[in-house]
Design a protein around this ligand. Structure first.
Ligand code: HEC
Ligand code: HEC
Length: 346
């Protein structure tokens, strides 16, 4: 589905309260379905992406006002240069330097996700931001308080009116605007995509890596999204204390114990550390895990029951292939970049 191209006014986000709305530059934006992607699952018809809706969503995403003390924005843990992950942090790092328990996933291609979070605890992108806003170790505020703060802010009064065509700030509108920003974060122009389209060639190592990937990995990390949106146990050992049982914590079904959502591998070279708790610092250590490092348990995926053997060369070839999934255009796209005056913080 292709929505018509829209012209977007990127609006500068300063943190001061009553700044006038500054129109900084004009660019073109649209939600565009990449040719090799399936139809999106997000119901775009219920929340069509508009120029001003996207612009509002972006200002909200980069604004610390959504947190209790003004210091933590969505972008604190979702950084564009790292495909909107919190690079370098094993578990998320929120307000008052409090630590969470899980690694921050990328925000990319969410219009094709069927569930959110490592355990799939949220099914609707429009409800997802409530969790970080109200999480005491993330932004530690309350939705109604955030809405009050927005309502008292002249600049947001103008931005909401432009985005929705009538005055009024409420949580539904706020969440819809955040979704409009997030669904436009599409990553589909990596070297891999250009290779598939016949526009670029692969080195021998990349070709060997792709062949290995198709044999050993693609059943779960299925192209073009590099996930099949299922929950699996890939043999990551539970921690001795405070075991995260993943999907089980949502369904309470024994056979979901230690299963986590299969993460997309797009931009994977940019998003270390890896796994739901960020336990592996490099792709080498991930591949050492897959090279027979599996923790055996009743829910271990059948794909791994007989182990998996990767030679040192296989690992290098797989890494060469995984690096072809990096999308430089996505991580440097000025439409998604922090607004002027944005301070990254922790
Ligand atoms: C303190 C760090 C932190 C902040 C702030 C934060 N997030 Fe996250 N985000 C995370 C972590 C960690 C997860 C994974 C949580 C889990 O799986 O239980 C996550 C998951 C997500 C997901 C799900 C991605 C997926 O593929 O499952 C989305 C979407 C998201 N965050 C958007 C936001 C938005 C929007 C905001 C601001 C309102 C925000 N985040 C603020 C750390 C953060
Ligand atoms: C049976 C399904 C399955 C197969 C096959 C599989 N994976 Fe995974 N993979 C997963 C799951 C599930 C996770 C997340 C586990 C967790 O977070 O604890 C994961 C995580 C990863 C991660 C970390 C992603 C991140 O964002 O942290 C990488 C990298 C990875 N896999 C690469 C591979 C490679 C390379 C292969 C082939 C050698 C492979 N996987 C085969 C299911 C699978």
């Amino acid at each position: 589905m292709l929505l018509p191209l829209l012209t977007i006014l990127i609006i500068s986000a300063c943190h001061k309260k009553d700044d006038p709305v500054v129109v900084e530059k004009q660019e073109t934006i649209a939600f565009v379905k990449p040719a090799n992607f399936p139809e999106p699952t997000y119901r775009l018809a219920d929340n069509p992406v508009t120029t001003d809706g996207f612009a509002l969503g972006k200002v909200l995403f980069y604004d610390g006002l959504l947190s209790r003390d003004g210091t933590i924005s969505c972008a604190s843990c979702h950084i564009q240069a790292n495909a909107f992950t919190h690079h370098g942090h094993d578990v998320s790092h929120g307000i008052d330097d409090r630590l969470g328990t899980r690694n921050s996933p990328p925000i990319q291609n969410l219009a094709w996700s069927t569930s959110f979070f490592w355990d799939g605890g949220v099914h609707d992108l429009d409800l997802q931001p409530i969790a970080p806003i109200e999480n005491p170790v993330e932004m530690d505020d309350k939705m109604n308080n955030v809405v009050d703060k927005l309502q008292r802010n002249n600049r947001y009064q103008q931005l909401f009116e432009k985005a929705f065509g009538s005055p009024g700030i409420n949580s539904t509108r706020m969440l819809k605007a955040l979704s409009q920003f997030m669904v436009v974060l599409v990553s589909a122009d990596a070297k891999y995509d250009r290779y598939i389209a016949g526009k670029e060639s692969f080195s021998d190592a990349e070709k060997r890596g792709l062949a290995l990937f198709e044999q050993q990995c693609a059943s779960c990390h299925r192209p073009p999204l590099f996930t099949d949106n299922s929950f699996r146990n890939n043999g990551v050992a539970p921690r001795p204390f405070g075991t995260d049982y993943g999907r089980y914590m949502i369904t309470l079904r024994e056979d979901d114990k230690l299963k986590f959502k299969v993460p997309s591998l797009r931009n994977i070279a940019l998003t270390a550390p890896y796994m739901h708790d960020g336990r592996f610092g490099s792709l080498e250590s991930v591949l050492n895990h897959y090279d027979n490092g599996f923790y055996n348990s009743p829910t271990l995926d059948p794909a791994f029951k007989n182990g998996l053997t990767l030679s040192a060369d296989d690992k290098q070839d797989l890494i060469a292939f995984l690096k072809t999934l990096s999308d430089k255009g996505f991580i440097t796209d000025p439409r998604f970049a922090p607004p002027p005056g944005f301070v990254q913080g922790n």
